[in-house]
Design a protein around this ligand. Structure first.
Ligand code: LLP
Length: 420
């Protein structure tokens, strides 16, 4: 459920016609709905409310916009961060340091120091080597870093291979069959309070079974660690819950996920931690675009060339991802079209042979479910600048990220003397 609906034949974000935004700030532009963000944060919290001790950290890689983070912070969510930049954003949005979990397979020394300086709640350790370095850094500063050890359970998440993280060949975590020894060695280091285990097997999961399989393995590991005399008070179950990108698709609900977690993790006697990203913000955003022109093709379906491109929304080019595409003011007719951007490569294609609302030059349309992994994956390829972002609240909106013009990007470039 989201708040992008037609009212009298005009697509609105909450109570605001999208054309108002396009007229004010131009296109392409990401439009977020505050009410939708809040709704999903609350639905997720509610889905876990029956569990005794929980901590929810929004995976801010999904949408790190400061206004979005402010909504999360107001909803009482913590943050899962994977870089110094994300850590700074979480703090700037007012998320308490203690509610921040630092994940990420390649934490650099300066980023660990940044986390120690801020006094964040937990580091999720990705390797024995990383744990040794962090413990030494913390000890040298007279600190003790609270940590969880991320394990790789060798479970196939059955999602796109580029966003699958829990198979043995993936770079993430330590092999679960070696976790006992690594845990024991790291737990004995000064500077480290190793308090738990973490797992995250992938993103956009379509069914709960792979998650359940991973959690069962994690439960076995917790029992094994405790039997060996280790202390385990926390278990981070990661994120990964998928969302429908096509109208009519059905995905497991947060409530079903919460029920599965309750069943599988009963008796663990830990604080269960969660890192949801997409499920919170995915359908809370659309990418609003304008049709530049419609070009006849040699073999049937015309090309609808829109002013958004793969640099603004990379998912279709990168993962072959589907985003529903709807006219802002449908005229009642349909057409079969190829939806493409203006960038000079064939990969800049959003859809081929898609049945869509009939469109012509100048019309507005949206790519739906673009609130997660949308603006944050944008680039300035083809010197197109960075896309603008706005947030709607009822019948008002605010620009929450300025459009960065190509001139601003080239202003940061330098031609050395010896080329003048
Ligand atoms: N925790 C960790 C350690 C992660 O690596 C991720 C996502 C999450 C949580 C959040 O997962 P979510 O709940 O959003 O599924 N760019 C890709 C998605 C990459 C996900 C990376 N890790 C896409 O556009 O589909």
């Amino acid at each position: 459920m989201d708040h992008f609906d037609y009212k009298d034949g005009v697509l609105h974000a909450e109570d605001l016609p999208l054309s108002v935004i396009a007229d004010a700030v131009g296109t392409p532009v990401y439009v977020y709905s505050r009410a939708t963000l809040e709704r999903h944060a609350r639905v997720f919290k509610q889905a876990l409310a029956h569990l005794p001790r929980t901590h929810i950290a929004f995976a801010i890689k999904a949408n790190p916009n400061l206004a979005v983070l402010k909504v999360m912070s107001r909803e009482g969510l913590g943050a899962d961060v994977v870089s110094g930049g994300e850590l700074a954003r979480a703090l700037a949005a007012g998320i308490p340091a203690d509610d921040i979990v630092f994940s990420g397979v390649g934490k650099q020394t300066h980023e660990m120091v940044q986390g120690l300086d801020a006094g964040i709640g937990q580091f999720n350790i990705e390797s024995e080597e990383e744990g040794i370095e962090l413990a030494a850094l913390a000890a040298a500063r007279g600190q003790v870093a609270a940590c969880a050890l991320r394990v790789n359970p060798d479970v196939d998440a059955r999602t796109h291979e580029k966003i699958s993280t829990g198979k043995a060949e993936n770079k993430f975590g330590v092999p679960i069959d070696r976790a006992g020894g690594i845990y024991a060695r790291l737990a004995g280091l000064p500077g480290m309070n190793l308090r738990g285990v973490a797992v995250h097997i992938g993103s956009q999961l379509q069914d709960l079974q792979p998650l359940e399989d991973a959690f069962i393995k994690l439960g076995d590991l917790i029992a094994e660690l405790r039997a060996a005399g280790q202390t385990v008070t926390h278990a981070d179950l990661g994120g990964g819950l998928g969302v429908p990108y096509k109208a009519g698709e059905v995905f497991p609900s947060p409530a079903e996920y919460g029920a599965m977690v309750g069943r599988v993790c009963a008796g663990w006697d830990v604080t269960l931690q969660f890192e949801p990203g997409r499920v919170i913000c995915g359908n809370a955003g659309v990418l609003l675009t304008r049709v530049i022109r419609v070009k006849r093709s040699s073999n049937g379906a015309p090309f609808v060339i829109v002013d958004a491109a793969m640099n603004d929304l990379a998912r279709p080019a990168m993962y072959g991802a589907w985003h529903d595409f709807d006219a802002a003011v449908p005229n009642g007719s349909r057409m079969v079209a190829n939806i493409v951007g203006p960038i000079c490569e064939t990969g800049d294609t959003f859809a081929m042979g898609r049945d869509v609302d009939a469109l012509e030059a100048g019309d507005l349309a949206v790519f739906r479910t673009a609130g997660a992994y949308g603006a944050t994956m944008a680039s300035s390829y083809n010197s197109r600048g960075f896309v603008c972002e706005v947030m709607v609240d009822g019948d008002k909106f605010a620009v929450v990220a300025d459009r960065i013009l190509p001139e601003a990007i080239s202003a940061a470039e330098r031609v050395p003397d010896w080329l003048e």
